[in-house]
Ligand binder design. Sequence first.
Ligand code: HAM
Length: 422
Amino acid sequence: MKIRAINGFKDILPDEALRWQYMEKVARDIFERFGAREIRLPILEKTELFARSIGEATDIVEKEMYTFADKGITMRPEGTASLLRAFIEHGLHVQQPVQRLYTIGPMFRHERPQKGRLRQFHQMDVEVIGASEPQVDAELMAMGRMLLDELGITASLEINSLGCPDCRPGFRRRLVSFLEERRDQLCRDCSRRMDTNPLRVLDCKNPGCREQVQEAPSILDALCGPCDGHFAEVRRCLDSLAIDHRVNRFMVRGLDYYTRTTFEFITGDLGAQAAIGAGGRYDGLIEQLGGPPLPGIGFAMGMERIALLMAQQETSLPGPHADIFVAALGEAAAAYAFGLVHQLRRMGLKAAMDHSGRSLKAQMKQAGRTGAAFTLIIGDNELERGKATLRNMETREQESVPLLADATEQAHSLASRVRENS
Ligand code: HAM
């Protein structure tokens, strides 16, 4: 019996990994352009960290976490809580009043697997801690937009404001009394949510619930002066950077820590899984986790979803091409090539050869498959005469090159030749 991977856990095979490497490279580059520094975090955390940040009454904490109950630890379902835990634990704010941090890695949620939804999935997560200005909200959305643009992905940006502890309770009361009158028409989950987390009813996917909330009061009409001003300024900043966006007053997010701005990058190309990335502001959270009273905002991009879109939209990737293939015929030539390839690699080139003594034709085919820019052909006779043939695989031009007895010197001269060409 073959052993297969667990449902919802996926291998990323070499062809697919190319896409992932490219995605990560572009992301790191952009994060760094915006001044973010990498932080690497553990996968296991105390369960309480997630209960206190994401919220006891959320789907994630209630039913999706991989928890070792006897040990009180959980496999992280997202990155923000862990990142803030580390930020507080190491007092990072002391070094620098505003910290921009990013982290990339696997997250775990026990959801029903489907296209774009896994139980082990990966996020690229960016957080800015210590800045409350609306410019920062817009800057982060601009960063997300830049990342998707550079990966060739089209997505729309939706934004909302969830207010703050001053204005949200009043809205919540108004919403509950609105929903009370319609309790019978809501789905079972929403009827329960009304008591625990009534805002979640607003983004229930059930068509019946959707219809009921169409006339619901809007949180945007209930914002206090400062929250209203913040939201208007965020929108103005987005406009000033020409970042298209749409206000979605039903966007609530599945995590409880948000205040003020929330946003999602949405696509219609992934079936039910519309969100490619999402985030928002969490101004009270750091204090709530025992840290200093600092504001924060961030977002996370779902890497599986980006990879799927890159595949669908045929984002062109730089190939894994070899720089040079060394085709050797005969034992002495193969022994020479063995040393030469090693020296070429030491010089930073991607060099390849065959070890099984195949025919020249077969080796040339193999050279083609590696995508090598050049092939150096060395026959036993050529070795004796101190000459080899260098073939430019693209132009198919061939020339005779001197073969030096010393493989290191030979590698030097070939390396400069290959680099000249690229
Ligand atoms: P989230 O909306 O739960 O937010 O997840 C962010 C992104 O992760 C989603 O938009 C989606 O692309 C991806 N994602 C989530 N669950 C899955 C899954 N089961 N399979 C595949 N992809 C998934 C957060 O996690 C927040 N920590 C974001 C944030 C950062 N807020 C502030 N800072």
